[in-house]
Structure formats: structure tokens, C-alpha cells
Design a protein around this ligand. Structure first.
Ligand SMILES: Nc1ncnc2c1ncn2[C@@H]1O[C@H](COP(=O)(O)OP(=O)(O)OP(=O)(O)O)[C@@H](O)[C@H]1O
Length: 296
């Protein structure tokens, strides 16, 4: 369904754009229908940039992003099937419009011919799917609703479309623990309906809770990916191990993963990209990028 192939993103920075920063480097992975893929990595590792490229908010510098075999081109048809939800739900709403406006805009753009009573029935059904009471949310301004209610409204909006892929970027990080579990369970329901979900998070436990497969990013590159149980249960890359064992301690800063002298990647004479250590479980060089290719 969604396929990223060797995708790189460079941003021009500096006063006259004379320098560039590589936010995402040669990233390839897929999301298939009915699957949650979690994209994890520390802050600045490129997760949101990948989400934004998939949503057409930033163009890729090189590589390709395809959806159902066709280049992912942002536009009305694309957004019928691919939607994104972000960390701060307030930012997705125009504060001067009531919540109803979100649904009215979908109707105007995609379903102008649907009669009002039928549309009201559909909106009520989608709100009920996300366990919102229309009477409690419609007719209210964004500031009159909680973060959890706004995230659910955005999921309901996505459900009104013929959505196939949801990019969920840190959508639970502003929610309290119980609301977070509710929203995660909603994502699990979307998965059960056959939707694909790219779940972007830096919270490993949440990724573990939901995702069939996990992609671990470090400084814009994939260092490990595979079935979540493998990546979490038998991590091969020192950065993944570091992430999994990282427990915050007061007054102690995060120690980056230590480069290693030997690694599976080099032992097997890999020369680029990711090594398939076992079927479907891929790992990058564990020397953390600071090494030339090694020949057997
Ligand atoms: N518009 C931009 N212009 C210049 N650099 C950018 C831009 N957007 C992102 N970056 C840089 O790209 C890198 C990746 O940023 P990104 O937001 O994708 O990371 P992230 O993993 O989502 O981090 P976080 O978890 O903190 O949101 C960072 O170094 C960031 O500073």
C-alpha cells in the first residue's frame, strides 16, 4: 500500500540556504493494509519529517514514495485515502470555527451530493465509532474541548473519508494515561478494519503495544527494523538496545549508544543498506555510521 524507497530529505538552512541538513537518509519501508508500523527514535531522528513527506507536506529530496503503486501526489484524491493526525490536536483546528465545521468541510470537498439527513447520520455514526457524543462535541469551539476529544474528532473525520492509511504522529503524547489507552485502542480498531497505520512515537512502550512491525531511526537512517517482537525482544543494533534500556534518571543526561568494533553487519561482509540478519529482521552497521564498507 505505502512504500518508501530510498527516501532522503535535505533541508536548506542558513541565511541564504547555503547549508543543508540531512534529516532523512536513504529510508525504505512499507506499510500494508491492516498493519500498524511504529516509527521510533529519539528527538530529531527524522520521524516527523518522514510523516510529513508521506502526507505531501514536505517533498522528498530523492527516492520515491508510492501509495497503491502510484507516486504519492498530495491532492484531493490522495487525501481521501491518506490522512495525518499530529501531536497537538489544537493545531489542526481553526479556533474561530466550531467542531461541526471540520465535518462540513469534508462534505463540501468530497460528498457534496449526499443529502443533509444522510450526512448527519454518517457523522453521528463516526462519532459513535470514536465514542464521542455528538451533543457534547458538535457546536463547540476547539478551546471548549479536551485534547482527547479533539484527537477523537480527528479520527472521526478520517473515518468519514475512504481512508486507507493514517499517519499518527505522536498523537498520544499530550494525553493523560487513560485517554491515551482509549486512543490507542481506537487505532487498534482501525487496524482491525483493514487500515494501515504509521504510528510515530518516541514512547517505546506504546509502539510495542500496537505495532506488528517497528522501524528504528537514528539520525535520519534506519538502524533496525522487523517484527516488533524481534526488534524489542532480540534487538541487534546497539542503538536499539540503548533505546530499550534507557530509563530516565534525575540529573543524568542521555548517553548515546557506544560504537562497537565488530558487528553482525560487518561479520557477514555487508556493504551498504541493511543486512537481513534473519527473515524480515534488518539491521544496519553497528559502528554507528562511522566506518567505511568492509569486504569479507
Ligand atoms: N523545516 C525544517 N528546516 C530545517 N531543518 C528541519 C526542518 N524540519 C526538520 N528539520 C531538522 O530535521 C531533523 C529531523 O527533525 P524531525 O522533526 O523529523 O525529528 P523527529 O524525530 O520527529 O523529532 P521529535 O521527536 O523531536 O519531533 C532535525 O535535525 C530537525 O532540526
Amino acid at each position: 500500500m505505502l512504500k518508501l524507497d530510498d527516501v532522503t530529505k535535505e533541508f536548506r538552512i542558513g541565511a541564504f540556504g547555503g547549508r543543508s541538513v540531512t534529516a532523512v537518509k536513504n529510508v525504505s519501508f512499507e506499510v500494508v493494509p491492516g498493519e500498524v508500523v511504529s516509527l521510533i527514535g529519539e528527538s530529531g531522528s527524522g520521524k516527523s519529517t518522514i510523516g510529513r513527506m508521506i502526507l505531501g507536506l514536505n517533498p522528498a529530496t530523492s527516492g520515491s514514495i508510492t501509495f497503491d503503486g502510484r507516486p504519492a501526489r498530495p491532492g484531493k484524491e490522495y487525501y481521501r485515502h491518506v490522512q495525518g493526525i499530529f501531536q497537538d490536536p489544537f493545531s489542526s483546528f481553526n479556533p474561530v470555527f466550531k467542531a461541526d465545521r471540520v465535518f462540513a468541510m469534508i462534505k463540501e470537498a468530497y460528498y457534496p451530493a449526499v443529502p443533509e439527513p444522510e450526512w448527519a447520520r454518517r457523522v453521528a455514526a463516526c462519532l459513535s465509532d470514536v465514542r464521542l457524543n455528538p451533543g457534547q462535541v458538535l457546536g463547540k469551539y476547539p478551546h471548549q474541548l479536551s485534547g482527547g476529544q479533539l484527537q477523537r474528532l480527528l479520527i472521526a473525520r478520517a473515518l468519514l473519508l475512504d481512508i486507507k492509511l493514517l499517519v499518527a504522529d505522536e498523537i498520544t503524547s499530550m494525553l493523560d494515561a487513560s485517554t491515551r489507552i482509549d486512543v490507542l485502542n481506537l487505532l487498534a480498531e482501525l487496524k482491525a478494519r483493514g487500515l494501515g497505520v504509521l504510528y510515530i512515537t518516541h514512547d517505546l512502550s506504546l509502539g510495542n503495544y500496537l505495532a506488528e512491525r517497528t522501524v528504528v531511526l537514528r539520525r535520519g537512517s534506519v538502524v533496525e527494523m522487523g517484527l516488533t517482537e524481534k526488534v524489542f525482544g532480540e534487538p541487534l543494533h546497539p542503538y536499539t538496545r540503548e533505546l530499550l534500556s534507557a530509563v530516565p534518571r534525575l540529573h543524568e543526561s542521555w548517553d548515546d549508544a557506544e560504537p562497537v568494533d565488530t558487528c553482525l553487519y560487518h561479520e557477514r561482509g555487508a556493504e551498504g543498506g541493511l543486512l537481513e540478519a534473519e527473515p524480515g529482521h534488518l539491521v544496519a552497521c553497528a559502528r554507528l555510521g562511522a566506518c567505511p564498507p568492509v569486504r569479507p
